[in-house]
Design a protein around this ligand. Sequence first.
Ligand code: CP3
Length: 344
Amino acid sequence: MSTTLQNDLLIRAALSQHTERPPVWMMRQAGRFMPEYWEIKNKYSFLEMCKTPEIAADVTMLPVDLLGIDAAILFSDILVTAEAMGGNLSFEQGVGPRFSNPVRSAADIERLSTDCLGKLQYVADAIKVIQQRLNGTIPLIGFAGAPFTILSYLVEGGSSKDFKMTKLLLNNEPQLAHKILQKIADVTVDYLNMQIAAGVNAVQLFDSWALALSWNDYQEFAHQYNKYILSKINRTVPVISFCKGSSVFAPIMAEANPDVISVDWNADLKNIKQMLPHGIAVQGNLDPFVLYAEKGVIRSKILQLFERMRGENGFIFNLGHGIMPDIPFDNVKYAIEVVKEFRY
Ligand code: CP3
């Protein structure tokens, strides 16, 4: 595990230990802002890429080889659990993810399978191939979508701007919502345990759309299930908890006992860190739009964040959310160089 890694900065920071500089990786680092991604993507569909371990490993390795980041993240998607449960998933260019059989009634929920780990075996296979390629250099991060965020895709049938159908369900039929959330939570426990057994060095739980919820609804429909997952998984690797909305929800997120909270770009990261119980690290939180700017601006905004975090153990540099597909590759590379040259 971590002790055998050549570069274990991410693991040490996640465990709130001292590091000589902040480790760096970026959400959506294995993706469309890289021309090399398109060379592969033009030959296969997105789901084919996820489901073919050699291809998933090729894409996972792109930012490792081209950007020199401190951690790799498994190439997959949060929605593969929902597909394994029975969601009829497709990814269309320009449309994003779609489920042609949205889950809206008690009968739809009944049909969702929780005995579906076998359908996700390709992920365990990909992890083994990736670990062979990484060969102990840097950690590999596994991940899953959190129940509320997955529920929103299943109920809406795809991405949503306002989560109208999801909120109708939460408000009018909370007992049905709880049934789906519990099913997703149980699958997520099995799925993350499978990834940990297959050899990932850390895991991240993505609750991307928690921002849509009120304080009370976040506790009832998101936090409760994330806490359940974190209490059930095999805690032999650090767990990172991400949500958009973490600037507000961080104190609740901490009650689920993650090793790291990944913070969106709204909050002052040091304030969040100091508010959290001792021993919970933070990850974040550069506004990804900074990476469109001139290099001097990119540099000064990163250094400004590092000055603010000076003296804090338990800090992983990342963006507040994922890299946008049209961010210039050179800017991402430059940002990573700035981090890697920095010393506390
Ligand atoms: O971070 C990485 O590079 C690892 C791979 C990864 C992908 N998706 C690849 C992907 C990870 C960790 C995800 C997580 C994910 N997927 C989240 C949580 C993170 C976040 O951004 O909040 C969410 C909400 C999804 C759902 C999803 N998948 C959407 C909304 C879309 C389409 C629109 C978009 O933002 O990309 C996808 C497709 C997807 N997932 C692509 C990639 C590289 C694009 C596929 C393509 O080339 O068309």
